[in-house]
Design a protein around this ligand. Structure first.
Ligand code: C2E
Ligand code: SIN
Ligand code: SIN
Ligand code: FE
Ligand code: FE
Length: 391
């Protein structure tokens, strides 16, 4: 290729990079796209994006080990990437094995043979070190000064997008955390196994939603909104809420108000998840045949999300101990719900419970094994796996 065509090709790849990266808001997807595009633009065999974990004083990146993906962590200052992160200067070498800074361990783990390395720092808006951009093994020859300039430009572009995606993740994370902690408030007053019922029914709700064929993102929303279904119970007097016996009809009428209280607490929220939670709170004791409360809605007049959550909630209420009742076996709980398909419950949701029963039981076991006092465990459950890292 002539020099001119080479330049044109690079320019068009650069423009493409900007478009593709700007279109991706999901953090993980962003890193993959950045690495792929940069590799392509620089005619390198590999590109790694190392990110700083300031809390741990480490750099981390994702590496492929055969079919598996692993997070690799290296201390700041170690290896070439560590050197670049620490000093802020770029490194361009022809033969990594002749450079004392090069950490050979990584090659040993991955079976990769590194030759040429070009690495530049990734800096945030305020000059803060975000990580390192590294390309390995130029396809022909070694990396030029022009390559270095190009990688610096790409690093600047990528840094902006990485910072934005990080902010977005943090926001999402703290939002989910707040929602879950609000739900815990209500649960603390209600039951002894604080948190467990919420974690289980939240998982069940997500599994049922997916089992009904809802898109993953919608199932996730239902999962995260579900723990708020009984938030209205904070407004119910202890004498009723914690009564160890059957409720009188008057007391039960009081209790029924927790649905309306909950929806009032959550109504007209700015947040999509809170608005969804309001629908679930008001609808989670309605019955498919219209015999439920508070409004006696029937069939599809009840929101789908509420129809899903009610099955998750009742299944868990039956199969666990309450102040007023003992624990049923999971089989009895399943049979009870199956018998009431088309009466109390939406038959399609019951079918999903039947189909996904193994997954439900597995989620139940996992949640029961967690230490309830372990806040980290609560947070881990709370947050999607992909947002669990500090950047
Ligand atoms: P919860 O304990 O979270 O129960 C949620 C739903 O699970 C109940 O909604 C009901 O549909 C189902 N469920 C729970 N335990 C049983 C049971 O032993 N047998 C049957 N057949 N179904 C059960 P429901 O009935 O509308 O109750 C709403 C809430 O009212 C309950 O939430 C609980 O906080 C309270 N509650 C209901 N019945 C009693 C009671 O007899 N004594 C006390 N202290 N509270 C009760
Ligand atoms: C290092 O930074 O020393 C490791 C380089 C690599 O193989 O990715
Ligand atoms: C949340 O993230 O809002 C809590 C939902 C859950 O516990 O899965
Ligand atoms: Fe309820
Ligand atoms: Fe519940």
């Amino acid at each position: 290729m002539g020099r001119r065509q080479e330049l044109e090709k690079r320019q068009s790849l650069l423009a493409r990079f900007g478009r593709m990266v700007a279109a991706e808001t999901h953090f993980d997807g962003l890193l993959v796209i950045i690495a792929d595009e940069v590799r392509n633009i620089l005619s390198a065999d590999r590109c790694s994006v190392f990110l700083v974990d300031a809390y741990k004083g480490e750099l981390w990146t994702r590496i492929a080990l055969g079919m598996e993906e692993k997070i690799l962590r290296i201390p700041l200052g170690q290896g070439i990437a560590g050197f670049v992160a620490k000093t802020g200067s770029a490194v361009n070498i022809r033969d990594a094995y002749k450079d004392t800074r090069f950490a050979q361990d990584l090659d040993r783990i991955t079976g990769y043979q590194t030759r040429s390395v070009l690495a530049v720092p990734l800096r945030g808006r305020d000059g803060k070190s975000l990580g390192v951009f590294e390309v390995l093994n130029k396809v022909k020859g070694s990396f030029t000064e022009e390559d270095e300039g190009l990688l610096r430009i790409l690093a600047t572009m990528a840094a902006t997008f990485i910072e934005n995606a990080t902010l977005y993740e943090e926001l999402r994370r703290s939002h989910l955390e707040t929602i879950y902690r609000m739900a815990l408030v209500a649960e603390y007053r209600d039951q002894e196994d604080t948190g467990r019922h919420l974690r289980r029914m939240s998982r069940f709700s997500g599994i049922l939603a997916q089992g009904m064929g809802l898109p993953f993102a919608e199932a996730e929303d239902i999962r995260y909104a579900a723990p708020l279904h009984d938030i209205g119970k904070v407004a119910i007097p202890d004498s009723i809420l914690r009564k160890p016996d059957k409720l009188t009809p008057e007391e039960f009428d009081e209790m029924k108000k927790h649905t309306v209280f909950g929806s009032r607490m959550l109504a007209n929220a700015e947040s999509r998840l809170l608005r969804l939670a309001a629908k679930i709170a008001v609808g989670h004791h309605e019955w498919w045949d219209g015999a439920g409360y508070p409004y006696g809605l029937k069939g599809e007049a009840i929101s789908l999300e509420a129809r899903i959550v009610t099955v998750a909630d009742v299944f868990d209420a039956l199969s666990s101990k309450r102040a007023y009742k003992g624990e049923w076996t999971v089989e009895d709980a399943l049979h009870y719900i199956e018998e009431r398909a088309g009466k109390q419950f939406d038959p399609r949701v019951v079918a999903a419970l039947h189909d996904k029963f193994a997954d439900i039981l597995q989620a139940r076991d996992e949640e029961n094994r967690r230490m309830i006092e372990d806040e980290v465990a609560i947070l881990r459950h709370l947050l999607p796996a992909d947002s669990q890292r500090a950047v």
